[in-house]
Design a binder for this molecule. Structure first.
Ligand SMILES: OC[C@H]1O[C@H](O)[C@H](O)[C@@H]1O
Length: 333
């Protein structure tokens, strides 16, 4: 096999996040399901934005956050995602390239604007996302640069890619190219409601060997196997033969292989400000660890460290270098 140029290629919906702090009542008045992600149209995006009070804009997108996290650790990430030729697209590209992520997906011209997610943060730090997909709906197989896939140790993709029809085809093309070059394919389940929408397809990706590495939180894994019992969900994951990295919130994480499970404790965070991107940054640490041949439990520990860092501030992108944070915890990065 040829040398890799990238530790991980992350593919997902390229989204600019617009954050506001709200009280619990706001979610009730808007009939929003706390902790979920719903898709909205332009009118709803404008209406909600008008009600949000003071906002902060930060580049986001689940897989984009993971790529930024890997770069912040000193790794070599690439990213595919569609933004438009507009102001948000400019700032998204700037942030990606500026943090050291290889990002070269052609921008959308004369079409929908760059995607945005209105993210409401409640006092407990939980985030509720309202996403207008915009230009992401035009991400298609032609955006999958095969040379980048072939040069990446792992291609990591969002379950959210199943929402725009063409993006799903792009996912399957990237997976095929990765395997043709002896590389690994990873899927993050994204959201339990996303799992509800595409359960059987996600199950097939695992049982058919399209996905080698699965990232999920407890709710998502239970949704995948339609069970309220975590043990049954873990057994379901084990039967697929895929390596599963399971996040358990304040309880830490678990690495699940066909024959074994290993639990890793979370770092305690005194002040949880915003949970947006916790799973994305866990994935960054874990993928970085795999690229550096860490033991699986060490890779998961690094994932927990990255997740703890990102929930200490607003936004899903590292605010300070994760390389430093990791080194302070004894990791040689
Ligand atoms: O996982 C958090 C991310 O999901 C959504 O894609 C938002 O853009 C946010 O940054």
């Amino acid at each position: 096999m040829t040398e890799t140029r990238f530790d991980a290629l992350c593919i997902g919906n390229a989204i600019c996040d617009v954050f506001a702090h709200v009280e619990e009542d706001f979610l009730l008045q808007e009939s929003l399901i706390k902790g979920s992600m719903r898709l909205i149209d332009t009118e709803e995006a404008v209406r909600l934005f008008d009600k949000m009070g003071q906002t902060v804009r930060i580049s986001g997108g689940s897989a984009g956050n993971t790529a930024a996290g890997i770069a912040s650790l000193g790794g070599r990430p690439a990213y595919f995602g569609k933004v438009a030729e507009d102001e948000l697209g400019d700032s998204y590209s700037h942030d990606m390239n500026g943090t050291g992520v290889y990002f070269n997906t052609p921008r959308l011209r004369d079409g929908k604007p760059t995607a945005r997610s209105m993210i409401l943060i409640t006092p407990d730090g939980e985030r509720t996302m309202n996403t207008y997909l915009g230009a992401c709906t035009e991400f298609s197989p032609s955006d999958v640069d095969e040379t980048v896939v072939a040069a990446s140790a792992v291609t990591y993709m969002e379950g959210y890619l199943w929402d725009p029809e063409e993006a799903k085809k792009a996912f399957l093309k990237a997976a095929e190219v990765a395997h043709a070059h002896g590389r690994k394919v990873a899927l993050t389940l994204s959201d339990s409601f996303c799992v509800d929408r595409y359960r059987s397809e996600f199950q097939s990706l695992l049982s058919d060997g399209v996905v080698d590495l699965l990232f999920a939180n407890e709710h998502e894994l239970k949704a995948l196997y339609e069970t309220s019992d975590l043990g049954s969900a873990i057994s379901g994951a084990q039967e697929t033969g895929a390596l599963t990295a399971l996040t358990l919130g304040a309880e830490g994480a678990m690495v699940i292989t066909k024959d074994e499970t290993a639990k890793i404790s979370a770092l305690s965070v005194d002040n949880v400000v915003d949970l947006t991107g916790a799973g994305d940054l866990f994935a960054a640490g874990f993928l970085f660890g795999l690229a550096r041949d860490y033991k699986l439990s060490d890779a998961a520990e690094l994932g927990c460290i990255c997740a703890a860092s990102v929930i200490s501030h607003v936004g899903a992108r590292p605010e300070w270098p994760l390389k430093t944070t990791a080194a302070q915890s004894g990791f040689e990065v």
